[in-house]
Design a protein around this ligand. Sequence first.
Ligand SMILES: N[C@@H](CCC(=O)N[C@@H](CS)C(=O)NCC(=O)O)C(=O)O
Length: 218
Amino acid sequence: MNHCALPILYSFRRCPYAMRARMALISAEIQVELREIRLKDKPAELITLSAKATVPVLQLTNGDVIDESLQIMQWALAQNDPNQYLIEDQNAEQLIEFNDIEFKHWLDKYKYAVRFPENPIAYYQQHIDQCLTMFEQQLGAKRFLLSDQLTMLDLALMPFIRQCAYVDSDWFFNRYATTLAPWLKRIMHSELFQRCMQKHTVWQPDNPLTLLLPMTKE
Ligand SMILES: N[C@@H](CCC(=O)N[C@@H](CS)C(=O)NCC(=O)O)C(=O)O
């Protein structure tokens, strides 16, 4: 049982799924207890809540557990959405699915190409390029993927495209210099992203509470 009055988020700073969840929670101004974990040394508390033991996992104050990043985003923005990030758009849903399955598949190969020597890195980059071209087409001349306003779709995809960009940043920032590169930088430089990337020490049960949002001044 969750003994304190706040939801608890199990998170890992560099995990792209956890990043999208944190951005949604921060935007929704939902205070949570943040439990930064190590993927190689997961706390038993996390595994008890969710047997698949991936991050992010959110435990609500009523004991309910949400262990899928997209559902955490949707839950958070349904509570409070001051920036109007929540969307209902079939095309956006398909793009997120494409991102989480197809793009993520090639991203893992591209990022760790040395572990997949059956193909040269250029082969993986070619597949990555095809995926990025799709995202680029979706972006068009807009500032963000759905319109000139940022939405949940941008937040859901950005952590993965960021990861991809830095595998070979010269290639990415040249090839997508007028499209995905400025889009990515726009989000990376946003206060929201900066806040979601704050560093926290790894959680231990007897540590003082770590909060996702800064305490509001009285
Ligand atoms: N479908 C899940 C995927 C989450 C996921 O795979 N997270 C990775 C970290 S980036 C993880 O926890 N992997 C488990 C591990 O490495 O042991 C979601 O959207 O929340």
